[in-house]
Design a protein around this ligand. Structure first.
Ligand SMILES: Nc1ncnc2c1ncn2[C@@H]1O[C@H](COP(=O)(O)OP(=O)(O)O)[C@@H](O)[C@H]1O
Ligand SMILES: [Mg+2]
Length: 281
């Protein structure tokens, strides 16, 4: 029996302790802690400049923290790029969308995981399965119903902000297997598209994944979050449950107008065992 089997609370998916990131004299994250449990929607809220984006970038390997520890499934991880995080099952929708404007919608969906055609031509000539990728991209986007892109061959630069957001969300939810991170996913979307993204978050959760949702939209946060991580001046100051607090409390804690409530800390689990690929708990 693994030593972890004796722990009664579920093993957190992703944890961090004491994360620090400085940009010159600016301390963007200042000893931040983070806990993500399996199958939960964790909202991360905080004022502009609180360090939310920098923290998730450190978690997914988009930037290297100056200090701190990150573990996934109880094992230390050092993602050197978001591609490494992706191969561990973590997909990210960035606030400043990481799409390639000159490439088509379909190409963006499959960027970095292009499919080859079956048989020798795919294996030896590396021939891309463009038709298959185009069909799947079209299918995924229409299933999502969050955008009305008729033509997946259009370059992403021809899309509106909301449509681009839709492509990024579609890509993350289609390919994530453990964690989907969304940094302000509804900021550029209209009411109907935002609603679709919230449904999608709940779909992803129903598939057993965990979601990190950074958002300023308190009604959205209170509607879908299981727990709310409140970030202030570079660090986590509280974690609350939406059923225990009013939206106005969350905002007051976030701005420093209200003393953060005491919450039971989640134990930091770290083994020396390397993380196993495909591990699900
Ligand atoms: N690449 C960067 N270079 C310099 N300063 C940065 C950089 N990224 C973020 N910062 C600074 O770090 C702080 C936290 O930013 P950020 O993580 O984007 O906050 P949030 O997402 O909560 O709005 C801000 O003061 C911001 O200006
Ligand atoms: Mg941000």
């Amino acid at each position: 029996m693994s030593p972890l089997a004796t722990i009664r609370t579920p093993l957190p998916v992703l944890q961090a302790r004491g994360l620090v990131k400085r940009f010159g004299r600016v301390v963007a994250i200042d000893e931040a802690d983070f806990d993500l449990m399996p199958g939960e929607v964790l909202a991360v809220i905080g004022d502009n400049g609180a360090g939310k984006t920098t923290m998730i970038k450190a978690l997914v390997g988009a930037i290297e923290p100056d200090a701190g520890e990150i573990v996934m499934d109880g094992a230390p991880v050092h993602f050197r790029s978001p591609i490494e995080a992706r191969s561990a099952g973590i997909e990210t929708v960035y606030q400043n969308l990481a799409l390639s404007p000159a490439l088509s919608v379909a190409e963006n969906m499959f960027l970095g995981r292009e499919r080859r055609i079956p048989g020798w031509r795919g294996r030896f000539l590396r021939t891309l399965d463009r038709g298959g990728m185009r069909r799947e991209a079209r299918q995924r986007l229409s299933d999502l119903g969050i955008l009305t892109v008729q033509n997946v061959d259009l370059p992403v630069e021809a899309l509106s902000g909301g449509q681009r957001q839709g492509v990024a969300v579609a890509r993350a939810t289609a390919f994530g297997t453990r964690v989907v991170v969304m940094d302000e996913p509804t900021a550029a979307l209209g009411v109907k598209e935002s609603r679709r993204v919230l449904e999608l978050i709940l779909d992803v959760k129903a598939r057993g994944m965990s979601i990190i949702l950074i958002s300023h939209n308190m009604p959205h946060v209170f509607e879908v979050a299981d727990r709310i991580h409140i970030h202030r001046l570079g660090r986590r100051v509280a974690v609350i449950r939406p059923e225990d607090h009013e939206m106005s409390d969350a905002v007051a804690i976030m701005t420093g107008a209200m003393e953060p409530p005491k919450t039971d800390p989640i134990p930091f689990v770290r083994t020396d065992r390397p993380r196993q690929e495909g591990q699900t708990s």
